[in-house]
Design a protein around this ligand. Structure first.
Ligand code: BGC
Length: 560
């Protein structure tokens, strides 16, 4: 059966050019969202079966993590074929159906494009390994001779983000010396050479392929990493490889901007409602101003706000991130975005229950301190009201609306994140935020798949209270908090615009006004704080309406 492209159905989500400026986008980590065929791995049919849930939750769009054929050395961020669907997830026809049905539910669908690297199993890389140094096939990647006698040392000292060196040596091919190839991530993810015209043309064709199929846009993986300093200089010995400074040789190089200018022209040719969101950074000091350069009117539409995600639960620090976000983005006309969790970081309902470590969200990579779950959940509820009251777009990671915490006791033999092996077992990695989510029932698989199926990562027995079924219609649940907040966000005129005014408030609190007198107050101090007595409460994270507002709680109200 062949199913026609779903362009026609785009009408059901409306031709709304600026929809993304204040959208709420729900991140679907496909492996762990819903499993229709019972093999323990989520799939496209599973997403289709839950579209009504997503519509009723009140989000505007979904972003689906990579679904392409992949050896899965890095959860699908190692793509072997950019124009197909991994058989574990379904087929291209399933993708067409998903897009069509999502549009019919009023939801847009964003894909995930991975341009920094391919899989080592991609035909291009196989060809490169089999070809001689200097050949056109090798020019698509970053191959170099090694240093030292016999070229036995890597070409420079760049580290891989996942641990160990960023270079791997291949066997000698075509009689030349054995060369090294660059992989900023796993050796199974060779970096592409974005100076190469063929690479640029190929990705432009890939974008057109998916736009033709009906996708509404893309999240761009490692969007600030494409261009490299061609001289491949060593990093200074004390450089933090994850935080870009000026003139970093592989993060934030200027050469990347021309790629996005070309991509923007392609998106515009399909209509002003097609959108790109860049995974950029975190960008270090002055990060938001650096980020804004990617969001100039002829480049990307949005970028994730990792400074917000990584900020500690501290009023002054959050306020300074919010201010540092709004000003530079306004200058380029881009909307701010807000995000608390994703598939790479410790879930915030756990993070906020820990003393701030200084390593922020990426502390999946270090020995963990115990978390106070109840405290983390209270703060996660308040953080949701903060995030959803801010102007701009918000990104919700699957399961955060259920109050899921990080699963920190996965058996070591089941860990799949490459960081676990690459770090010599120093970093447990990101599996704990990727456990299949619970929908219903009292025991695993909790409705994730048909009963009897074994989810690819084990779900904690304690999740029985976190299922959608257990939380639906319970006005004190996290799910109902998200549903109500999203309904108010969609319908209240006070949240329609892009304005924000800070109001004077006691130390350790954040109080701001949006339009139509709508205010958001968040109490991050250790003591209860009074709210104005003349007010109409719209929503409270602590589900009460008492005055004063307790610590770690937030309120939306209209002041009078
Ligand atoms: C993705 C990660 C992935 C990495 C390499 C990221 O930023 O979000 O999950 O491991 O890119 O592709």
């Amino acid at each position: 059966m062949s199913i026609q492209p779903s362009r026609a159905s785009a009408a059901s989500v409306g031709q709304a050019p600026g929809w993304w400026r204040r959208a709420v986008v729900y991140q679907v980590y496909i492996r762990s969202f819903a499993d229709a065929n019972g093999d323990g791995v989520g799939d496209i049919a599973g997403i289709r079966s839950r579209l009504a849930y997503l519509r009723d939750l009140g989000v505007d769009a979904i972003w689906v993590n990579p679904w392409y054929p992949s050896p899965m050395v890095d959860g699908g961020y190692d793509v072997a074929d950019y124009r197909a669907i991994d058989p574990a997830y379904g087929t291209l026809d399933d993708a067409r159906l998903l897009i069509r049905e999502a549009h019919d539910h009023g939801l847009r669908v964003l894909g995930d494009i991975v341009p920094n690297h391919t899989s080592a199993e991609h035909p291009w890389f196989r060809e490169a390994v089999a070809s001689a140094p200097g050949s056109p096939a090798r020019e698509r990647y970053v191959f170099r001779d090694g240093r030292g006698p016999g070229g036995e040392e890597p070409p420079n000292n760049w580290p891989s983000v996942f641990g160990g060196p960023a270079w791997t040596r291949v066997a000698s091919a075509g009689g030349g010396p054995a060369q090294w190839y660059l992989h900023l991530f796993d050796p199974g993810q060779p970096d592409l050479n974005w100076e190469n015209g063929e690479v640029r043309a190929e990705f432009e064709a890939i974008l057109r392929f998916w736009f033709d199929l009906g996708l509404d846009g893309f999240r761009i993986d490692v969007a600030h990493g494409l261009a490299k300093d061609a001289t491949l200089p060593d990093l200074p010995p004390d450089a933090d490889p994850s935080v870009p400074e000026d003139d970093h040789p592989f993060w934030g190089q200027d050469g990347t901007h021309s790629v996005y200018r070309a991509w923007r022209r392609i998106a515009e040719a399909y209509g002003a409602d097609r959108v790109f969101i860049g995974e950029i950074g975190p960008m270090g000091p002055d990060g938001q101003a650096r980020l804004a350069r990617y969001l100039r009117p002829d480049e990307l539409h949005q970028a994730f706000n990792f400074d917000f995600l990584r900020a500690p639960w501290d009023a002054a620090k959050l306020r300074s991130v919010i201010d540092a976000t709004l000003a530079p983005l306004a200058e380029v006309g881009a909307p701010p975005t807000w995000v608390l969790s994703n598939h790479d970081v410790t879930r915030h309902a756990t993070r906020y229950g820990r003393p701030y470590s200084g390593l922020e969200a990426w502390e999946t990579w270090v020995e963990r301190q115990p978390a106070d779950r109840a405290l983390g959940l209270r703060r996660a509820r308040a953080a949701a009201l903060l995030m959803l009251a801010l102007p701009g777009a918000a990104y919700v990671y699957q399961g955060e609306e259920l109050g899921l915490g990080e699963v920190e006791d996965l058996p070591e033999e089941l860990l799949q994140d490459p960081t676990w092996e690459r770090s010599g077992h120093e970093w447990r990695g990101r599996d704990g935020c990727r456990v299949p989510i619970p929908w219903s029932g009292d025991a695993p698989p909790f409705g994730f798949g048909p009963s009897g199926c074994t989810p690819w990562l084990p779900q904690p027995a304690g999740w029985r209270g976190h299922t959608v079924e257990a939380q639906a219609d319970d006005r004190t649940s996290m799910l109902e908090l998200y549903r109500t907040a999203l309904r108010i966000r969609r319908t209240h005129p006070g949240l329609a615009g892009e304005e924000l005014t800070w109001l004077a408030s006691p130390p350790g609190t954040l109080v701001f006004e949006r339009g139509a007198g709508l205010r958001c107050a968040v109490n991050l101090s250790g003591a209860a704080v009074p709210l104005p007595t003349a007010r109409t409460t719209l929503l409270r994270s602590d589900a009460g309406d008492e005055d004063p507002l307790p610590p770690d709680a937030a309120a939306w109200y209209v002041g009078r």
